[in-house]
Design a protein around this ligand. Structure first.
Ligand SMILES: Nc1ncnc2c1ncn2[C@@H]1O[C@H](COP(=O)(O)OP(=O)(O)O)[C@@H](O)[C@H]1O
Ligand SMILES: [Mg+2]
Length: 354
């Protein structure tokens, strides 16, 4: 079987209301031909009453293309509302994010709480829900996205056809990634001064060819210094997510993060808190929860600062291992209590944005 023939078959399926074929409507994605099976995504830009009859027509046309042959057809139906609103009041130099729906900063008061782990897995989980997602690794001091996505040796290309050099992000796992780590040899710590770091960081957002995205996540460096303030002030954020571990001592760090976004001249909404390492779950006993850093810490923090608790991520050995291997944990398909944590986080975020 050939992809081009599957496309030709799907180009014969006409959407009865839009009176155009599914290929030209860009409703077909990721056609994959496997042993005895054709697989693709059927993407609706909004909930569609005709979905099941269109799906049936797809199957019929593919069968017509290969009469008498025995194979399976797997169609993943999804609704991806194109919520992109052109941003108004964009400043000069912000064209790169003109077609980005939501820009969301992922912040934490201090390092090592799993901010990058949460950011990378949330990006993958949103992509798996059918959204178009980009992530920029703004941690200029310790970029970790290249390693966490096993793309350390990628070198992004530059497109200058618009008259301005635009960096083309690295695409992997259905997400567009950008990191300062792609521009320096791996394992070499970067030494940046304040304004230089701020500029480098803004380039990682504003000089990247993002195209149309539903979400652009920004993995901020830990802390709440000048670099953060300058970024949070200049980029039109939809809001921020704060990552913390549940210990009582982390409360002060969460407070710093919350205060940064609530400063008068910044005033960006905090979409919620993610409690990482909320409990420990051993691999062989996935139903068991051990509250080694205390129970309900995240809930208490969220209550104290009046922000939603968007998600609780367990401490699981394979989350660390998948980070080191560059294959995000959120790619796992099984329905285990630990593997659904990032999916639930993505779904809660979507609800919060509504
Ligand atoms: N829920 C978790 N379970 C297991 N290991 C985790 C979890 N979250 C983070 N880690 C590990 O902790 C370390 C620090 O995480 P990282 O995301 O780099 O933190 P930060 O970006 O806040 O500095 C990494 O080795 C990561 O794999
Ligand atoms: Mg990090």
């Amino acid at each position: 079987m050939e992809k081009s023939r599957i496309e030709a078959a799907l180009a014969r399926v006409i959407h009865p209301v839009k009176e155009r074929d599914l290929i030209s409507l860009e409703m077909i994605e990721d056609i994959k031909i496997e042993e005895g099976r054709v697989r693709f995504k059927l993407v609706f830009p909004s909930p569609d009453a005709l979905a099941s009859s269109i799906k049936k027509s797809c199957e019929e046309e593919i069968r017509n293309e290969y009469p008498g042959e025995d194979f399976k057809i797997s169609i993943m139906e999804l609704v991806r509302e194109r919520k992109i609103q052109k941003r108004i009041n964009l400043e000069l130099g912000q064209e790169a994010i003109a077609n980005v729906g939501h820009i969301i900063a992922i912040a934490s008061g201090k390092g090592g709480v799993g901010k990058s782990t949460v950011a990378v897995n949330l990006a993958v989980a949103l992509a798996r829900e059918g959204y178009r997602v980009g992530l920029t690794d703004a941690d200029v001091y310790g970029p970790s996205v290249p390693k966490m996505t096993d793309s350390e040796y990628e070198k992004p290309l530059v497109d200058d056809s618009s008259g301005k050099d635009m960096i083309i992000p690295i695409e992997k796992y259905g997400v567009k990634w950008m990191s300062i780590g792609y521009f320096s040899p791996p394992a070499q710590p970067l030494i940046w001064r304040g304004p230089m770091a701020s500029n480098a960081l803004k380039q990682m957002i504003l000089q990247v060819q993002w195209g149309e995205l539903d979400f652009l996540l920004i993995d901020l460096p830990p802390g709440t210094g000048d670099i953060h303030i300058s970024l949070v002030h200049d980029i039109p954020l939809s809001g921020a997510i704060i990552v913390s571990t549940p210990q009582a001592v982390a409360l002060a760090d969460v407070e710093k993060g919350v205060n940064m976004f609530r400063q008068k001249d910044i005033n960006k909404p905090i979409l919620g808190l993610v409690e990482n390492m909320a409990w420990f779950t051993p691999e062989e006993l996935p139903e068991n929860k051990y509250y080694i850093f205390g129970k309900e810490g995240g809930k208490r923090m969220a209550l104290k600062f009046d922000i939603p608790l968007l998600g609780q991520i367990p401490l699981v050995q394979s989350i660390r291992e998948s980070g080191d291997a560059g294959e995000p944990f959120a790619l796992i398909d099984e329905n285990r209590p630990d593997t659904i944590a990032f999916r639930k986080l993505a779904q809660n975020l979507l609800k919060e944005l509504e």
